[in-house]
Structure formats: structure tokens, C-alpha cells
Design a protein around this ligand. Structure first.
Ligand SMILES: [Zn+2]
Length: 267
């Protein structure tokens, strides 16, 4: 039995110094598989090389907060070509992401329209290559659901760091999505996210650290002075405490879930 960190930005420069040691230690702690999502055309190279060299997995996509207005069309073309090449040559390539909609900061209609356009264009690519998608959603779940419902060929994926309502969770599940559970559940004040973690069935959850960005409450006791995939086992324990089940059960379900939607990760 092993754990899968379904969302970790291992390419981040803060990992540069100890990256290989951290990957090794995570593996020793049972975190055998890691998905590294890219966020812009600028990190496709680093993300894909890292995954290929370390036996990890990667996705390609343009994050809604990394959209470069001046080069949108060219960036989408770069993405398309990179996806085509990766799909043909690299078994480590497993999907489109992270992509999505982020309406956290108040923004004008032009920004919203641009985010929607890039999101939809990337869903097209996922459809063309029959790939799962890794979604980033903040204050945008209903708009996102509406777009996803209109795209019949999207075959699901993961809503990473899910922070919507229970009703919205059920809608994503109906569309074939798993919901990402991460460090936020370790904070007692995150009552909505903890309640979701309790209410949503284990068959629909996956684990993630979103490191080095998201930090669990025990951040003072990191081994590496930074949030890393090594923290995933403790997040699994926290979820088992919330759900009042065994940590083995959490690991078994969440790993089976990710392997169900991305079967090539079993190898
Ligand atoms: Zn992320």
C-alpha cells in the first residue's frame, strides 16, 4: 500500500537545494507517486524533465493566475504542441493542469472573460487527447460547473484543494471528478473544508500537499524547513481522524481512486 501526492509543485525553486533527498524521503515514508502540475509555458520544461528523470508524473496547463495577456495565443499553441509530444513519448504525462478559474480577487469582466476563454481552450485540448484535467477553482465553482456540463467529452479529473460547498462537490462528482484534500483540513478554523472532508465519501477523495504553497498547522516541525510531499502521511492521518476510520482505509481508497482515473500511474 502506498500514498499518492496528487498535487505538488516540486519544480518550485525552493526545492532546488534538497529536491532529490526530499523525493527519496517521501518514498521512504510511503509516498511512492507524485503528480507535478505545471502552471505556465515557462515551467513546462522543468516540470516534464523533473518527472521523467525522477520517475514521477506531470501535467501540462496554464494556471488562471499565470495567464500572460500579451502572448495568450502563442502560449496555447506551445501547450498544444507540448501535449502532443508528451502524449506520444512520455508515459509520465498524465493530464491537463492545472487549469481553471480564480475569481478570488475582484476583477473586471474582461479578466473573467479571458480566464474563461483560456480555460475552455484548454478543455478542448484535454478532449482532443482524451486526458483528465486538474482543476483550480476559487470563488468560481458554479461558473466552472456550467462550462464543464456543456463539454460532453471531458472525462473527469481532480478538483484540487476543493473549497466549494457540499452541493457543488456532488455536482463535480457527478461529472466524474475527484476532490483534492490537503493541508487545509489540518486547521480547526477551516470548518467548511473539514465538514466536507467528513461528508464526502472516501470513494471521491484524493490526497495532496500542494507543497510548497499550502502549509499544514505543524509547519514549525518540517524536516526540510519547507512544506513538502513528506507531510502527506500526516494529512492522511488527519483525514482518518475527521472520518473516524483507519489511516489504512484512507490510503487504500485515495490511492485506488487516483489509479482509477489515471490507470497509467499504476505502472
Ligand atoms: Zn497548484
Amino acid at each position: 500500500m502506498f500514498l499518492v501526492d496528487t498535487h505538488c509543485h516540486l519544480d518550485d525553486y525552493r526545492f532546488d537545494k534538497y529536491r532529490s533527498l526530499i523525493i527519496q524521503e517521501a518514498c521512504n515514508k510511503g509516498i511512492k507517486k507524485i503528480i507535478i502540475p505545471s502552471i505556465s509555458v515557462n515551467n513546462f520544461e522543468k516540470v516534464s524533465n523533473l518527472a521523467i528523470n525522477q520517475g514521477l508524473f506531470y501535467t501540462l496547463g496554464i494556471h488562471p493566475m499565470s495567464i500572460n495577456q500579451g502572448s495568450v495565443n502563442n502560449d496555447l499553441l506551445v501547450l498544444y504542441n507540448y501535449v502532443k509530444k508528451s502524449k506520444n513519448f512520455h508515459a509520465n504525462f498524465v493530464g491537463i493542469g492545472e487549469i481553471g478559474l480564480d475569481f478570488y480577487d475582484p476583477m473586471n469582466d474582461d479578466c473573467i472573460d479571458l480566464q474563461k476563454k483560456i480555460f475552455i481552450e484548454q478543455l478542448h485540448i484535454a478532449e482532443e487527447f482524451s486526458l483528465p484535467v486538474i482543476l483550480h477553482a476559487r470563488k468560481s465553482h458554479d461558473v466552472m460547473l456550467k462550462i464543464l456540463r456543456s463539454r460532453k467529452k471531458i472525462s473527469g479529473g481532480i478538483v484540487h484543494a476543493f473549497n466549494g460547498s457540499y452541493q457543488q462537490a456532488l455536482c463535480f462528482i457527478k461529472l466524474g471528478f475527484l476532490l483534492g484534500i490537503g493541508s487545509s483540513i489540518t486547521y480547526k478554523k477551516s470548518s467548511k473544508i473539514r465538514k466536507n472532508a467528513l461528508d464526502i465519501s472516501l470513494e471521491n477523495l484524493v490526497l495532496e500537499t500542494d507543497s510548497p504553497y499550502m502549509e499544514p498547522f505543524w509547519k514549525s516541525s518540517y524536516d526540510w524547513g519547507i512544506s513538502s510531499p513528506c507531510e502527506l502521511f500526516k494529512i492522511a492521518i488527519e483525514l482518518s481522524n475527521i472520518k473516524n476510520c483507519s489511516v489504512d482505509q484512507v490510503i487504500r481508497y485515495t490511492t485506488e481512486n487516483i489509479l482509477r482515473i489515471i490507470p497509467q500511474m499504476a505502472f
